[in-house]
Design a binder for this molecule. Structure first.
Ligand SMILES: NC(=O)c1ccc[n+]([C@@H]2O[C@H](COP(=O)([O-])OP(=O)(O)OC[C@H]3O[C@@H](n4cnc5c(N)ncnc54)[C@H](O)[C@@H]3O)[C@@H](O)[C@H]2O)c1
Length: 453
């Protein structure tokens, strides 16, 4: 085999699987997995058994998080892939670079402006590179929207209308885990919206100059539930008899929860069996456990932004919608391009996939271009295979195939792109807290050097 690049993964939860599979299977000619690092030995052991069983690979060395330096020195990765809890990304990105490695970080690159500055400082000091794994840029549908904008068909973009809806299955999952606490995730405006802000930055080749946001925690959390008369006095779901019919429940000791989510044995092996060691409770009650794990993230957000080249953004996110999907409409001086996609329907116990598709418009999708004074055109929605609308597999090809030619749509994302979207979320959090509009340059003066400026 030709010289293969050596990769280590830090943070071996659910998301790490995508990178493990890619290295051990699709890109095995170019890449080699050399070590795992995590705070949890149980999770690292799980993946080690998985790669041995699935790919016949020898077990890999595992390192607890406080032995990260040892891992880099002994396993000698060329690149460290960071898929740990968001607020810890910067530690590994920076230390990997100081020890001579490049880094690939999952989104969000980090969670606040101080960590953004520290990452930029490390890049300047070490000359190493950082790629942020933004997969939405690689989705076939959003690439089509970008193609339309680049063609000039809508003229100069002036206003982006963007609505993102998370449903009572996927949206709720952010409130069962560490994501509900801003100290770990930056809140949904950083953790989740980083995808959406990056997408708009990339589509417009620009970034916001000023952000104003309103929103709050309006559905999840104990206080909201009590106000609505919802009585769910348990901290978690698994093993709690009173929780067994809760439609927001997640049950890690069975393969099926009441809302029809099949989680299989992996959920048990990765999280339930690791609880005693790691203390990570994966199935917190979205309406309970306030004493232990208060919900500090918003679940309802509306944001307006002015971009440096003059365009405006109107964005909203909610995390408890009866259906999941998004509407992205880019308006310009000569017309409008609109994408609509409805991912899943609201889960109703007992409904089959066919019924969901028929009764709830599941899978409905269109891309519509309308130029001024012309009839609307239905554009072909490109076919996608694999996770995140085909974005994951195209992103992985880009990461693991060496010497790829430059991408004509500029979909590779660097620390500069990572910073631009994180800072938009940080500005939005600050705006919600103060009631004032926030200039990104007030958070971090170097934002002036970032994307599109
Ligand atoms: N791009 C996408 O579409 C996408 C999808 C899912 C997750 N993600 C990102 O991937 C990352 C991981 O998410 P996940 O869903 O796998 O979460 P997870 O909770 O399943 O896994 C997180 C892992 O990090 C480990 N960890 C916690 N603190 C650590 C520390 N200090 N040092 C080392 N490891 C530590 C935990 O033990 C756990 O194994 C997050 O940054 C998330 O935003 C991205």
């Amino acid at each position: 085999m030709p010289d293969r690049k050596r990769y280590a993964i830090v943070g071996t939860g659910g998301r790490s699987r995508m990178f493990t599979d890619a290295i051990c299977k699709d890109f095995a000619d170019h890449a080699q997995l050399v070590a795992f690092c995590d705070t949890s030995q149980v999770r690292m052991d799980y993946w080690n058994q998985y790669v041995a069983d699935t790919y016949g690979t020898d077990k890999l060395p595992t390192y607890k998080a406080d032995k990260f330096d040892d891992m880099v020195k002994k396993a000698k990765p060329d690149v460290v892939i960071v898929t740990s809890v968001d607020a810890t990304h910067h530690q590994y990105i920076i230390r990997a670079m100081e020890l001579g490695c490049d880094a690939v970080s999952e989104k969000p690159m980090t969670t606040d402006e101080h960590k953004v500055a520290a990452i930029f400082d490390a890049i300047e000091r070490t000359g190493q590179t950082l790629r942020v794994a933004f997969n939405y840029r690689w989705q076939t549908t959003f690439s089509k929207v970008k193609e339309v904008i680049l063609s000039g068909a809508i003229g100069t973009p002036t206003l982006v209308d963007f609505q993102w809806r998370l449903d009572t299955r996927h949206g709720a999952d952010y409130f069962r885990r560490w994501h509900r606490e801003k100290q770990h995730s930056g809140g949904l405006l950083v953790h989740k919206s980083t995808h959406h802000f990056d997408l708009v930055n990339w589509l417009l080749d620009d970034h916001p100059e000023t952000v104003f946001a309103a929103g709050g925690l309006m559905f999840y959390g104990e206080d909201n539930a009590k106000r609505r008369g919802v009585d769910a006095p348990y901290e978690r779901y698994t093993g709690v008899p009173e929780a067994k019919d809760d439609p927001f429940g997640l049950f890690m000791d069975t393969t099926m929860s009441p809302n029809g989510v099949s989680k299989g044995n992996e959920m048990k092996a990765l999280y339930l069996d690791a609880e005693a060691e790691s203390g990570y409770i994966r199935d917190r009650n979205v309406f309970g456990g306030e004493n232990k794990w208060p919900v500090t993230s918003e679940d309802t957000v509306s944001l307006s932004a002015r971009f440096t080249k003059g365009a405006a953004l109107s964005y909203s996110l909610i995390a408890y919608c009866p259906w999941e999907g998004e509407r992205l409409c880019v308006n310009g001086t000569e017309g409008q391009v609109e994408y609509f996609g409805r991912g899943s329907g609201h889960i109703i116990a007992g409904q089959s996939d066919e019924e969901l598709t028929k009764d709830q418009y599941q899978g409905e999708q269109y891309i519509r271009l309308q130029r001024m004074f012309e009839a609307p055109q239905e554009l072909e929605v490109p076919k996608a295979t694999g996770g995140h609308g085909g974005g994951d597999s195209r992103l992985l090809t880009r990461i693991f195939i060496p010497d790829s030619p430059p991408d004509e749509m500029g979909r590779d994302a660097s620390h500069i792109d990572g910073a631009a979207s994180v800072l938009t979320g940080v500005a939005a959090n600050q705006s919600i807290a103060t009631g004032q509009a926030v200039k990104l340059a007030s958070l971090w003066p170097k934002v002036k050097q970032t994307a599109g400026a």
